[in-house]
Design a protein around this ligand. Structure first.
Ligand code: ADP
Ligand code: MG
Length: 250
């Protein structure tokens, strides 16, 4: 993985800089010459049609895809360290009959102790504190397979926030979530990025949320077609072309 700190260009603020990123899978150019700069505390939304390369872009940043180009991170006082990245994957499916609880899921992800040995009091307290950040302490004993789309996203978000990352990456966190759940998830992300000064990079097909929450919207279709404020991107010709709209506004 070619993820390293870089000097200069961002003043005192931390940032993620992607330069000339290209990803080729099986001889196909999935992404070509992607350039993007994300400042700390910024919410960046990646949009684009299905198959445009959005998830591939996130996976390259996570180090799960080979790529050409540079993915660099810098933070004040942390110039030589790799960033901590929190990742919320695209809706994993859990079986409703599976007995695994939210507490078990945390225990499996965060400790080497087998879930069947049960949780220590201290571990349960830590999990409750983490879940509280997403207003989800009441979910601790629920079975994961029975959670609503919005509840599951909040649990996965809590898992990604422990330990607190520098960059939070979410792949379509709003899919399968009802309107009320979307609103509360976006409010939560907004609060977390402001209080913790972390960058958020998320993909979404829900454009209605963008004007209120995104600082920067990036339209990807195998390369960046346009990036800028939500208003600029959603009212652009590039946006209408990518989503086959004949005219009018988003
Ligand atoms: P998006 O998230 O924008 O819907 P993806 O990044 O998942 O798009 O996929 C972009 C393109 O790359 C698609 O054509 C997909 O089939 C291809 N692709 C992604 N991952 C792989 C893989 N592991 N092997 C082969 N092709 C892949
Ligand atoms: Mg995807």
């Amino acid at each position: 993985m070619k993820l390293f700190s870089h000097g200069g260009g961002c003043g005192d603020s931390c940032c993620l800089r992607v330069q000339n990123l290209s990803v080729c899978i099986g001889g196909d150019n999935i992404l070509k010459d992607v350039n993007l700069h994300v400042h700390c505390g910024e919410m960046v939304a990646l949009i684009g049609p299905n198959g445009a390369g959005k998830s591939t872009f996130l996976k390259a940043i996570l180090g799960q895809r080979e790529y050409d180009g540079i993915i660099a991170f810098s933070a004040p006082g942390e110039r030589s360290r790799k960033p901590r990245i929190g990742y919320v994957p695209q809706s994993p499916a859990f079986d409703p009959s599976d007995p695994i609880s939210v507490a078990d899921l945390f225990a499996c992800c965060q400790s080497r102790r087998p879930a069947f040995l049960g949780l220590s009091k201290a571990a349960r307290k830590d999990i409750l504190e983490t879940l509280d950040m997403v207003h989800g302490a009441d979910l601790i004993d629920k079975r994961v397979g029975t959670l609503s789309g919005g509840e599951l996203q909040r649990v996965l978000l809590a898992l990604a926030l422990e330990p607190m990352p520098n960059i939070l990456i979410l792949d379509e966190p709003l899919s399968g979530v009802d309107v009320e759940g979307m609103q509360s998830l976006m409010d939560m992300l907004d609060e977390i990025r402001k209080t913790c000064d972390l960058s958020i990079l998320m993909t979404t097909h829900d454009f209605s949320m963008l004007p209120r929450y995104a600082d920067q919207v990036v339209l990807i279709d195998h390369g960046i077609k346009i990036k800028g404020s939500p208003e600029t991107v959603l009212n652009s010709e590039e946006f209408r072309t990518a989503f086959h709209m004949k005219g009018g506004k988003a």
